[in-house]
Design a protein around this ligand. Structure first.
Ligand SMILES: [Zn+2]
Length: 428
């Protein structure tokens, strides 16, 4: 098979990982787990979709926590309707990421179709700001989501603003059932968590999501590790018997939940403390990241596999938050064009062939980061060099195949797509 065919086959075989976990237990599937709905407490239904949502049946009405991604919302509403015909009274949005809020429109439509009163939408006061940001950067965000999740999926943007906004905390009663809704800074600046003391159910949104925390995302805006850790500790103090996370399986049992939330907090504090210490010692970004050694007990925690978040991403996020984006390498503040650097390196090596040979050696030695860097210089220096694109594509394909972290895999597969596009261009 020709190299370009091998690369295309690799790209064709990428699947959306959510719900695709053959042979794995719910805990092993972790962040990607999607299973049948669960009645987690009497009258409390947890639904798995791209992101989870929870429906509390409160006498003759419903409290809904999160409204799914737009293209999966109707399926969840249909599933809710298999268990209850009560109208939605309140829709609480844990934060303005599309997988939690973009389906709100369909919940309103469902109520309208049934002739029910319009449900009230509750969100943190920063949700409105986040919706505006999403509108401003719509094309960028949709493109980025595809890079992160690696597959083309239909995305409809149907923005709905909250009716009720709050700053620190709001307590609401739905059908006689009390809910504490609390601002939980960290994952985003509009995150909230919801506790139902009557049923001891805690809905934490993405403040915990069965992966190393998604704070310090390489593709996304600033997030807040320290605040996320403190929010996890605050939630742990509530004595919940059921924890419904934003992604991944429901967790049962007071002690298990407490340990889970406090472990997730410790994970973030460890990285936060490391970066703060490094900054105060005057260390630059590279030194800070490369000297981070996570304790095995945290790295191996069943609750925190680096499936989506990653300790390096978290460390970089914290560094950038306090010290800006400067790498600390003076040559990189106003850097030369990438292609110009590549050309100099190719010239010094007296041609691309010897670098390509070295790339193959480094790959054999599993020095993938170095191999990828050299290969990237060559394709930038010589975009007409089909051999270079083939090596580049195969290298990143192999790196993607052995990569555990979905976002890193997304970046490596972008490189494979680039190689395919250039090989097609050179062929044509
Ligand atoms: Zn989410």
């Amino acid at each position: 098979m020709k190299t370009v065919q091998i690369l295309k086959k690799h790209l064709d075989e990428i699947v959306l990982q959510f719900g695709h976990h053959p042979g794995l237990s719910r805990e092993e599937a972790a962040y990607f787990y999607i299973g049948p709905p669960e009645e987690v407490a009497p009258g409390v239904w947890h639904f798995y979709s791209l992101a989870n949502s929870i429906t509390f049946i409160c006498e003759d009405r419903l409290m809904q926590v999160d409204c799914n991604i737009a293209f999966r919302a109707q399926a969840v509403i249909d599933a809710i309707r298999e268990h209850t015909t009560a109208p939605f009274d309140t829709l609480a949005i844990t934060h303005g990421h599309v997988d939690h809020c973009m389906g709100t429109y369909f919940y309103l439509k469902d109520s309208e179709k049934r002739g029910d009163p319009r449900p009230k939408i509750i969100g943190h006061k920063n949700l409105r700001w986040r919706i505006d940001k999403n509108k401003m950067l719509e094309a960028h965000r949709i493109g980025t989501d595809k890079k992160q999740f690696q597959v083309e999926f239909e995305q409809t943007d149907l923005f709905v603003y909250p009716d009720i906004e709050f700053e620190d905390r709001i307590d609401v009663t739905v059908g006689g059932e009390a809910f504490n809704i609390v601002f939980g800074h960290g994952h985003t600046e509009d995150s909230l968590w919801i506790y139902c003391p009557g049923r001891k159910v805690l809905c934490c949104g993405d403040l915990f999501q069965w992966t190393a925390a998604n704070v310090g995302n390489p593709f996304k805006m600033q997030r807040f590790a320290l605040e996320n850790a403190r929010t996890l500790e605050e939630m742990a103090a509530h004595g919940a018997e059921v924890l419904c996370p934003g992604h991944g399986p429901v967790i049962y049992g007071r002690e298990e939940i407490r340990t889970c939330l406090l472990t997730a907090a410790r994970y973030l504090h460890f990285i936060q403390d490391h970066v703060v210490t490094c900054l105060n010692k005057g260390m630059i970004l590279e030194e800070t990241v490369n000297s981070l050694k996570m304790p095995a007990e945290l790295m191996n925690s069943k609750w925190l596999p680096p499936l989506y978040g990653h300790p390096v991403f978290i460390a970089r996020g914290i560094f950038k938050r306090y010290a800006g984006y400067y790498s600390g390498r003076p040559a990189e503040l106003f850097p030369p064009d990438y292609a110009a650097v590549g050309q100099e390196i190719v010239n010094l090596a007296a041609g691309a062939e010897s670098i390509i040979a070295r790339v193959k050696e480094l790959k054999q030695q599993e020095q993938m980061a170095l191999a990828c860097q050299l290969a990237e210089w060559v394709v930038e220096a010589e975009p007409q060099n089909a051999d270079a694109w083939e090596v580049y594509g195969l290298l990143f394909k192999e790196r993607a195949e052995s990569e555990f972290n979905m976002q890193a895999r997304g970046a490596w597969n972008q490189a494979v797509r680039r190689a395919v596009a250039n090989l097609d261009r050179l062929e044509g």
